[in-house]
Design a binder for this molecule. Structure first.
Ligand SMILES: [Zn+2]
Length: 307
């Protein structure tokens, strides 16, 4: 049995974002606290005892407090059920939470060599000493099974695959201007015992034919829901970046995620990594209704799915 907990569903900044006065952030601070959402991350487990995080968001500490399944076991002075963290990119909202896991408990970081290189070049991550925190490179189209603390296999097979995206924004203009394979990964996550599986695609700039056939018929897909429309930030006066320039497909429009994943026979479609500028957060908005009408879900933090 594969258990999935949505620790957070928001894009970078969360909802509300500390310096944002947009409609969604204002509502989340005041009359609609239920809109508050932490930055995107999932926890997965095949045995309900050992857990793996998919990305470690800057809100990780708060997410762990809110999730009893991830608390230390009763009677143990130092313990965490978290056996590892699988990183799908090197963005701050995917890696900063690692710094909250620095108190000496062992776990393993699984990431593409390009993302591991980013961690290595940022010496602040040396706080996660190699004695306790192993770093294991994962490769595109090479399935792997993360290890439990005693070295045995966890029962979850993870298949990383390359997705159209971009490098972490803080690397733009640096030595790695070109986007490369491995900067943005999608994951297929399967329970080896039951065969149940789902896809995780929290960043995706374009849905290709290959991607469509890959995820066709899946029981569950978490998909990039950063913006409702590509020019949303500019239209809201929040900046000049487009969804595409940030490596994210829009939810709406002819080439958007809703249209691109229509008719693929996917049983359950859940948006993840939703920016606070996205009007689909608002439960009575036209955009929310359109997304739900098309069979999509906007998750709340803590939502649990069992496959
Ligand atoms: Zn906002």
């Amino acid at each position: 049995m594969l258990r999935v907990v949505v620790l957070g569903a928001a894009a970078g900044g969360g909802v509300p974002q500390w310096n944002c006065g947009c409609r969604v952030c204002q509502a989340a601070r005041r009359e609609h606290p239920e809109l508050r959402s932490t930055q995107a991350s999932l926890a997965i487990s095949a045995d309900d005892r050992h857990w793996f995080l998919i990305n470690a968001s800057p809100d990780l500490r708060q997410q762990l407090i809110a999730t009893p399944r991830l608390h230390p076991a009763k009677g143990q002075l130092r313990h965490s059920p978290i056996a590892g963290v699988i990183l799908t990119n090197g963005e701050i909202d995917a890696i900063a939470g690692l710094l909250s896991m620095r108190e000496g408990s062992p776990f393993t970081i699984y990431a593409h060599a390009r993302v591991l290189a980013t961690l290595k070049s940022n010496t602040v991550f040396n706080v996660l000493g190699e004695k306790n925190v192993k770093r294991q490179a994962i490769e595109i189209e090479q399935p792997f099974e993360p290890a439990l603390p005693d070295g045995s296999r966890c029962g979850i097979e993870v298949l990383p695959f390359s997705v159209t995206g971009k490098s972490a924004w803080y690397l733009e203009g640096g030595p790695r201007v070109e986007d490369g394979e491995g900067d943005t990964l999608g994951l297929r996550i399967a329970d080896k015992a039951t065969g149940s599986y789902f896809y995780f695609l929290a960043a995706c700039a374009r849905v290709t034919g290959d991607l469509r056939s890959r995820i066709s018929g899946a029981p569950l897909v978490f998909f990039d829901g950063t913006v409702w429309r590509d020019d949303e930030l500019a239209r809201s006066g929040l900046g000049d970046k487009t969804g595409q320039s940030m490596g994210h497909i829009a939810m709406s429009g002819e080439t958007g995620a809703i249209a691109a994943l229509e008719g693929l026979g996917i049983e359950r479609k859940v948006f993840l990594h939703i920016n606070n500028s996205n009007p689909a957060w608002l439960r009575d908005s036209e955009e929310r209704k359109a997304a739900e009408h098309a069979g999509w879900q906007i998750p709340a933090d803590g939502m649990e799915i069992v496959l």
